[in-house]
Design a protein around this ligand. Structure first.
Ligand code: SF4
Length: 333
């Protein structure tokens, strides 16, 4: 069952020279308890999309179109974009929490870790006794691998990995249904990164929340996601189960991302990478925005913009989709 439905979402950055479409007509479902990976290069719109869903955008960014509905198939669906200030504050912690890339920037530098968890509990659960809040803080910290005595520590006294764990503990405080994680492990070394990924998977299994996990690193998403959505130039270009994208990507951009890192298992294959640089959102190429970088571009790709079309395990926006799909894509690349 879907816990969140995004339909036709558009976000513009407004400037003197006109509007930049950072997110353009994005529709996406998040299912209860799943990990949905959101991948793409810098400037693809993935963080802007997440910030729009969490209503964290600041001017000059503005939502220009679409809807975001929480618990759409249940008795009392919530229209997230219409929430007033008070309801939004409650929604953000109780139903949806966000973990950012740099915990140092999201944690309060002059508050202890324990006090920051306590703040969330005190504000959102006013009837909760102090002793219960303290016990809950200890429980949460231990659950993410931080010893109880560390709750008296300040963010600068913790390592980068510990800070990120503390940010996850704070996000878990009210048992939200959805946690958005925006590049939560990008600044960490690979060993700590792996530990935290395992922790996130274990916590998801235990608490049952859904995760939107954002990163430019598709190999990382392959390890923890149930489904993956790929963005390019502010638009979705492919969605699918992790297994289907891994075995048979149908968009050349997805294939390029996959072939940008070596596989640890299976036969050796040439690293292809993706030529060129991400497009300037102020002047996207006509037709398929990926065509200047696409190894498989056809003349019509510069004229006709592909739309997302459903496939067996997801959707893809590529004019090649009319053909034999993944096999053809691999063979032609
Ligand atoms: Fe490449 Fe054309 Fe498909 Fe775009 S529509 S990804 S340019 S083949």
């Amino acid at each position: 069952m879907n816990v969140l439905e995004i339909r036709g979402l558009g976000v513009d950055y407004l400037s003197n020279t006109g509007a930049v479409h950072a997110v353009d007509d994005v529709s996406l479902d998040l299912r209860r308890g799943e990990i949905l990976g959101l991948a793409g290069e810098s400037g693809s719109g993935k963080s802007t999309l997440a910030n729009a869903v969490a209503r964290l955008l600041r001017p000059p960014a503005a939502i220009t179109a679409g809807s975001v509905v929480y618990r759409p198939r249940e008795g009392d669906p919530v229209d997230v974009l219409e929430l007033g200030k008070r309801d939004l504050r409650a929604f953000r912690w109780k139903e949806l929490a966000v973990v950012f890339q740099s915990a140092m920037n999201s944690l309060n530098p002059v508050g202890t870790i324990g006090a920051q968890i306590d703040d969330v509990l005190r504000i959102h659960r006013p009837g909760m006794a102090r002793k219960d809040r303290q016990e809950r803080a200890v429980e949460l910290l231990q659950r993410v691998g931080i010893s109880a005595d560390r709750r008296r520590g300040y963010p600068h006294e913790l390592s980068g990995g510990m800070r990120q764990r503390a940010a996850i503990a704070i996000a878990l405080a009210l048992n939200p249904e959805i946690i958005i994680m925006d590049e939560p492990t990008t600044a960490l070394d690979v060993v700590v990164q792996r530990d935290i990924l395992l922790e996130i998977s274990a916590l998801r299994a235990e608490y049952g929340f859904a995760v939107v996990f954002i990163t430019h690193d598709l190999s990382l998403l392959m390890e923890i996601s149930d489904r993956i959505a790929i963005m390019y130039g502010g638009r979705l270009v492919e969605t699918g189960t992790t297994a289907s994208l891994k075995q048979a990507p149908r968009h050349p951009y997805t294939l390029g991302l996959l072939r940008s890192f070596p596989r640890l298992h299976g036969p050796r294959e040439e690293l292809l990478g993706i030529p060129g640089t991400p497009p300037d959102l102020r002047s996207l190429p006509p037709g398929c925005a990926f065509h200047p970088r696409c190894r498989l571009a056809m003349p019509e790709c510069a004229e006709r913009r592909p739309v997302l079309k459903p496939g067996p395990e997801g959707e893809v926006a590529c004019l090649l989709n009319d053909g034999a799909g993944a096999v053809q894509l691999e063979e032609r690349s």
